[in-house]
Design a protein around this ligand. Structure first.
Ligand code: SF4
Length: 370
């Protein structure tokens, strides 16, 4: 297949669904790790078309959703410093912090700007040598190479007014944490194709072997997902547990080694907290000592941050797949994309936003509450 429409062909989808029904003999629970995959599954209604017993559990693969509240509050404290230009991607501006969000701070006079790449922030730093430009650098393995290149470029230019507030997270340790949770129901994974395009899939092989779970590297179109689910179910039905690659048009086993080298030259692995999930060992990236001068966390001392999650938001349970958005009492009432209480309703990859935009309804409350 060469064109996008072919990956959405309804006849091929029906064929894959029929094959899935044919091979499935018992219930299975699969987790799609990536929020982009969640959006396709929910928007196209694929999760509701699957044979009875096959359940998709939505994973923690939304970069905006897993950025810790503490990092957001820190970014907001830095944004309020005189002379600072705080930059990030658009979604980050609307994510609620403990007390407010970056968009509201901008309305109150803070210089908060949307950029489309971290290199735009470096360009801003060059253009405003008398201002401090800070880039809030979040995301998985997919965004880390561009952020690494931006830091290296700023270093080459000798900029002393550019820094990054880093909150990068890594997918394989999160999958391991999901599998180690006592309540884990996940029996197989669809791994995010774009992460594997950068990192390859060698890191997934020990996970598949240790936890005896099939892991299928999968793309983002409806037929990608149906084929990925079919491949995972075929493995489960035959007692296999290995890594398979459904997304061969974009992913090689070793990934993009140039991008990996760029990341390794600027970042090192560290423990990292995930919003709603908590600390996961070796699950994040931080700047190496060589590039510590570009660390906004060190450059701006904002004191101790005390965070406060919204009491009604159950984003942590949603990110680990323990609940779906329609289980949340605030879903669709107090919490909507216009009035988000939590990151999963803000982000383009958030599960709550996926459910809301697909029109999924909350079941009526037996006690008659709205
Ligand atoms: S619906 Fe809103 S309040 Fe509920 S979990 Fe999702 S983001 Fe949080």
């Amino acid at each position: 297949m060469r064109y996008l429409d072919e990956y959405r062909d309804p006849d091929l989808a029906r064929t894959l669904l029929a094959e899935l029904r044919r091979v499935t003999t018992r219930p299975w629970a699969l987790m799609e790790v990536c929020g982009g995959q969640t959006h396709t599954l929910v928007r196209q209604g694929i999760d509701e078309l699957l044979p009875g017993g096959i359940r998709m559990i939505h994973g923690p693969g939304c970069p905006v959703c897993v950025t810790p509240l503490e990092v957001l509050d820190r970014a907001m404290a830095i944004a309020q410093r005189p002379g600072v230009i705080l930059t990030s991607f658009g979604d980050m501006l609307r994510v609620p912090g403990s007390h407010t969000d970056l968009l509201a701070l901008r309305a109150r006079g803070a210089d908060v700007r949307v950029v489309y790449s971290p290199m735009d922030a470096v360009t801003l730093a060059k253009a405003y040598p008398d201002r401090q430009v800070v880039f809030l650098a979040v995301g998985f393995e997919t965004t880390a190479p561009a952020n690494a290149m931006a830091v290296r470029h700023a270093a080459t230019l000798g900029l002393t007014n550019f820094s990054v507030l880093v909150s990068h997270v890594l997918v394989p340790p999160a999958m391991t944490a999901v599998l180690r949770a006592p309540t884990c129901q996940v029996q197989g994974f669809l791994a995010a194709g774009h992460v594997c395009a950068v990192m390859g899939w060698t890191e997934y092989e020990p996970i598949a072997a240790e936890f005896r779970v099939p892991i299928v590297v999968t793309g983002f179109e409806p037929l990608d997902l149906l084929e990925g689910i079919l491949m995972a179910v075929r493995q489960l039905e035959s007692g296999e547990h290995r890594v398979q690659n459904q997304y061969a048009r974009a992913v090689r086993r070793d990934g993009n080694t140039a991008a990996q080298d760029a990341v390794r030259s600027v970042f090192r692995i560290t423990d990292r907290a995930w919003r709603g999930i908590g600390a996961i060992p070796d699950s994040g990236l931080t700047l190496t000592d060589e590039y510590a001068a570009f660390d906004a966390g060190r450059r701006f001392d904002v004191g101790r941050i005390v965070v406060r999650e919204h009491p009604e938001c159950v984003a942590g349970d949603i990110l680990t797949g323990d609940k779906v958005p329609t289980d949340c009492r605030a879903y669709g009432t107090a919490c909507t994309p216009r009035t988000p209480l939590g990151a999963p309703m803000v982000s383009a990859e958030g599960t709550c936003a996926a459910y809301y935009s697909a029109g999924r309804r909350r079941p009526p409350d037996p006690e008659g509450q709205p």
